[in-house]
Design a protein around this ligand. Structure first.
Ligand code: GAL
Length: 669
């Protein structure tokens, strides 16, 4: 594989020279060098410039851009240009435009206006990718291929007839025949039995709740369809441009759940993602505990989990404000550097931004860039240049791995299934539960890998299973095996309820984990939004409770008021060399912290000593050396105690001070 820039942590971002006159390009390269930028992602939205008319390619301008970047020593992450088809394409092939659930066909004039199942789109995209690969495979600036951009961001689901037909083909492949489909979808309910494939349609608007398995399968189909589109482009790139890694940028932000990235990750040569700080996500319930910094850490830990622990690429984040939230908050001085290094701490070896120069025109003209509208005599450009210098100094951490004794299971299909209609409580969001546990670990200074259920769990001392509603037999067995082998396993409420078809597991909840946990739940008692129930250990539960019997488990806490007074809420069972804990309600943050501490303590997992609150600590290592990242998110200077490996590289240090907002990277061995 071709080398990715190795002069330090790679720094760069989306570069859209077609938005600027040629005179600016040379200046761009000069400023990139000045700022310490080492890579540029070029061509993401360039299709209408690369192929202004069907089959007529115009790439001379891109030759010049790539040559200029190469002369400046800037590596290129070259996009295939297929993120957004040009107007001529949508005009010529009107059926290729995506359709909303209400039947509205979307127009061009924005971006990504193509149907995920459109074969004519895929043919044209593959043709452009092939042309690009033939022309640039041996260009010395080319370091990586970037296929499309944020698949599914705007065009999934699509409700057109082409998707309906493709959905039937996908179902035929999955189930083989209608009998198996009828069984899987539970069509005995509400007279839904299908007797001809033509009757099978996408889960369109229905008089009342639609069939959940039908909806879940349509979601799976959407993810697989776009994945196939990616693979089609990737395969021509591998064939025509061998040795150059191929990626596409994921969106591991919490609010994006349209694709099953566990199925995508094995198909990319390098896992890359985009992350934007979201101040209040639009969820079923506004979460008073939402913390954008903790969400960033979760996203980074999830990206690393998808990458199998290997270093990953942060393809995009922002130097300051975005333009797509209701109020777009600018980053405070120092925040961009801290956010960037939080990603590096958690395994990123590349820091990309959207975008190099803030646009003058278009829908994103109020989005920050590395070069703001005000020019280079700005806070943003000075901070970018500072980051450039820091990235160069971090060369030695490249390739090292993040040390994480804890795994947290994150499953996109389960999350999707748990948040469909007609569930016991629409206020329950597995994402929120996962974030609760992750935030408690982060606050405690314990790092965790957020991994898909198929991941190898054998090296973890703690395994967290937050509200894994839909659970396959294989996952249930893997979790039980981890406990047997010595892990402390913590499962939370509304887990193990259904199988891969979203059929309820009978005999008492939480079906898939009942034996492991030694508990049996007869009935759910979800709590009204805003209501709380006291526990006899001083904690409080919200959102959820259940009529639970501790069949073969020690009771750690019971409800102290409400209809379930005296019923167990928290249990623990010794299992083989480990244990299985169960938490049947959403604990308040303090009680969550106590529980997470207890589980970690039982596993012998502890935070680095001497770490003050507000200082995030993450360690990377390469087997010989370690690098401890300390990020002070507080408003005060923090005294970090010496005398342990946190400050091993500081001879004689007793204690030292980390200024408010500052980041330190401490080498140890
Ligand atoms: C990303 C996208 C970029 C840009 C950015 C703005 O989702 O990939 O092209 O739109 O958001 O925040």
């Amino acid at each position: 594989m071709r080398p990715w820039p190795r002069g330090g942590v790679a720094l760069g971002g989306d570069y859209n020279p077609e938005q600027w006159p040629r005179e600016v390009w040379r200046e761009d390269v000069r400023l990139m060098r000045e700022a310490g930028v080492t890579f540029a992602t070029v061509g993401v939205f360039s299709w209408s410039w690369l192929e202004p008319e069907p089959g007529r390619y115009e790439m001379g301008w891109l030759d010049d851009v790539l040559d200029l970047l190469h002369e400046g020593g800037i590596a290129v992450d070259l996009a295939t240009g297929t993120a957004s088809p040009p107007p001529w394409f949508s005009h010529k092939y009107p059926d290729s435009r995506p359709v909303r659930s209400d039947g509205t066909r979307l127009w061009h004039g924005s971006r990504q206006a193509y149907c995920p199942s459109s074969t004519v789109f895929t043919e044209h995209a593959v043709a452009l990718a092939s042309e690009m690969a033939r022309r640039y495979h041996d260009h010395p600036a080319l370091a990586m291929w970037h296929v499309s951009n944020e698949y599914a961001c705007h065009n999934l689901p699509c409700w057109c007839e082409v998707c309906a037909a493709a959905f039937r083909t996908w179902l035929l492949d999955r189930y083989g025949d209608l009998d198996h489909l009828n069984d899987a979808w539970g069509t005995a309910f509400w007279s839904q039995r299908y007797t001809d494939w033509e009757q099978v349609i996408p889960p369109r608007v229905t008089p009342t709740f639609g069939n959940p398995t039908h909806q879940l399968d349509f979601w799976r189909f959407g993810s697989d369809t776009l994945l196939a589109q990616y693979v089609a482009e990737r395969d021509v790139l591998h064939a025509l441009s061998p040795g150059v890694p191929v990626t596409t940028n994921f969106m591991t932000n919490d609010h994006f759940r349209l694709l099953d990235y566990a199925r995508w990750a094995p198909e990319v040569d390098v896992v890359s993602t985009d992350h934007y700080v979201v101040h209040q996500p639009a969820g079923p319930v506004t979460d008073p505990h939402h913390d954008p910094r903790a969400e960033l850490s979760f996203s980074a830990d999830l990206t690393r989990g998808l990458a199998g622990g290997r270093p990953w690429v942060l393809m995009e984040h922002s130097t300051s404000a975005v333009n797509w939230q209701p109020v777009n908050q600018a980053k405070a001085p120092g925040q961009m550097l801290r956010d960037s290094l939080a990603h590096v701490a958690r395994g990123a070896d590349t820091l990309g931004f959207f975008q190099w120069r803030a646009s003058r025109a278009g829908a994103e003209k109020f989005h920050s860039g590395l070069v703001p509208h005000a020019g280079t005599d700005t806070k943003v450009f000075r901070e970018v240049s500072r980051l450039g210098a820091v990235c160069a100094r971090l060369q030695e951490v490249l390739g090292s791995h993040v040390e994480a004794p804890v795994a947290l299971l994150w499953d996109y299909p389960s999350t999707r299934a748990a948040t469909l209609q007609a569930v016991p409580s629409t206020a329950v969001d597995p994402g929120q539960v996962a974030h609760d546990l992750h935030a408690a670990l982060r606050a405690a200074g314990v790092t965790c890998d957020v991994v898909p259920p198929g991941a190898d769990l054998s090296s973890y001392r703690v395994v967290l299973v937050p509200t894994l509603y839909l659970c396959t037999d294989a996952t249930a067995a893997a979790v039980a095996a981890a406990a047997e082998a010595g892990a402390q396993v913590l499962v939370t409420y509304f887990s193990g309820i259904s199988d891969e078809h979203d059929h309820v597991r009978l005999g008492g909840y939480p079906g898939a984990f009942r034996d492991l946990l030694g508990v049996r739940v007869e009935e759910f008692f979800p709590l009204p939004v805003g209501a709380a129930v006291a526990l006899d250990d001083g904690g409080t539960g919200t959102l959820w409770s259940e009529l639970l019997e501790a069949v073969d488990a020690e009771v750690l806490a019971r409800y102290a008021d409400g209809p379930l007074t005296g019923v167990p809420a928290l249990t623990r069972r010794e299992v083989g060399a480990g244990a299985a804990w169960y938490c049947a309600t959403r604990l308040d943050p303090e009680a969550t912290a106590r529980l997470v501490d207890a589980v970690c303590a039982a596993a012998g997992v502890s935070a680095p000593a001497g770490r003050p609150a507000h200082v995030e600590v993450v360690r990377r290592g390469d087997g010989e050396r370690t690098w401890t990242f300390l990020l002070n998110h507080g408003e005060d200077a923090e005294v970090v105690l010496g005398g342990h490996d946190l400050v091993a590289d500081r001879p004689g240090a007793g204690s030292w001070t980390l200024a408010a907002g500052a980041v330190a990277v401490v080498r140890g061995s």
